[in-house]
Design a protein around this ligand. Structure first.
Ligand SMILES: Nc1ncnc2c1ncn2[C@@H]1O[C@H](COP(=O)(O)OP(=O)(O)OP(=O)(O)O)[C@@H](O)[C@H]1O
Ligand SMILES: [Mg+2]
Length: 245
């Protein structure tokens, strides 16, 4: 579904991603862990198109998307959430998701009358919001949501574009224990529908969700494989997991 080949990126003399290759199959959750500053967010930005790579290739469903803009990649089926959110605060929760659904539907809805189009978009948005557990907050202003609810709204916005692949950069960040547990359950369900690349520090989430685990250190993948194997890999332990254990 997603394949990256030999991606590299430097900021001045600092090589932040160094020849990174990985593949994400259908119904697969591939987690990326690594210390602060390892280059995880940079890698997600290279895949989503926020940052242009110095070298390498990004393929989505067999199609080369390396030269496409962020928006073109969203249209091609790359869904993402940001470490920093990009929500319209004065709009309602429902409006935020309907706007995302509309942006994706675009020209394909031009034959609908405006009222029918609005109804279809609102229905689609409401269905996604129900899915993520925000059904009772649809009329609230986004500005009035709690941090945990905002994270769910972000996820709903990504899902409204019907992505082929989801890129998640620390979705558990700042969530309390109960909220994290609920989000892990939700992602475990979603994984059956949309493969995900998950950057996460929360090891409970990683070991519950990931089919594959890669450890990124100083811009390089130093270990990759089934989570139980990577957990026992001496290099990975020394570099990162040891600190957690
Ligand atoms: N726009 C930029 N210009 C220069 N250096 C940058 C830029 N963005 C990131 N860096 C540097 O690249 C390195 C990797 O940063 P990145 O944000 O990708 O790490 P990360 O693994 O996501 O860390 P964290 O776990 O803290 O989110 C860091 O040393 C950071 O300071
Ligand atoms: Mg980061």
């Amino acid at each position: 579904m997603l394949e990256i080949r030999h991606l590299s990126k430097s900021f001045g003399a600092l090589r932040v991603s160094d020849d990174i290759s990985l593949a994400l199959g259908p119904n697969e959750c591939h987690a990326i862990i690594g210390p602060n500053g390892a280059g995880k967010t940079t890698l997600i930005h290279q895949i989503s198109g926020v940052l242009r790579s110095d070298a390498g290739e990004v393929r989505l469903g067999g199609r080369d998307v390396t030269g496409l803009t962020v928006w073109q990649r969203v249209q091609a089926g790359l869904g993402r959430t940001f470490q920093i959110t990009s929500i319209l605060p004065s709009f309602s929760v429902l409006e935020n998701v309907a706007i995302a659904a509309q942006a994706k539907a675009g020209g394909s809805m031009r034959f609908f009358a405006p009222a029918a189009r609005d109804a279809a978009l609102n229905d689609a948005a409401a269905a996604v919001l129900t899915r993520v557990g925000l059904a009772d907050r649809m009329e609230a202003r986004a500005a009035d949501l709690s941090h945990g609810e905002l994270r769910l709204l972000e996820l709903a916005i990504a899902l409204a574009a019907r992505p082929k692949v989801l890129l998640l950069d620390e979705p558990m960040a700042g969530l309390g224990r109960t909220e994290s547990a609920a989000l892990i359950d939700l992602l475990a369900e979603l994984r059956a529908e949309v493969p995900m690349l998950l950057v996460e520090h929360d090891m409970d989430a990683v070991f519950r969700l990931a089919d594959r685990l890669s450890v990124l250190v100083d811009g390089r993948i130093i270990a990759s494989g089934p989570p139980a194997e990577v957990r026992d890999d001496p290099g990975a332990r020394a570099a990162y997991l040891g600190a957690e254990a």
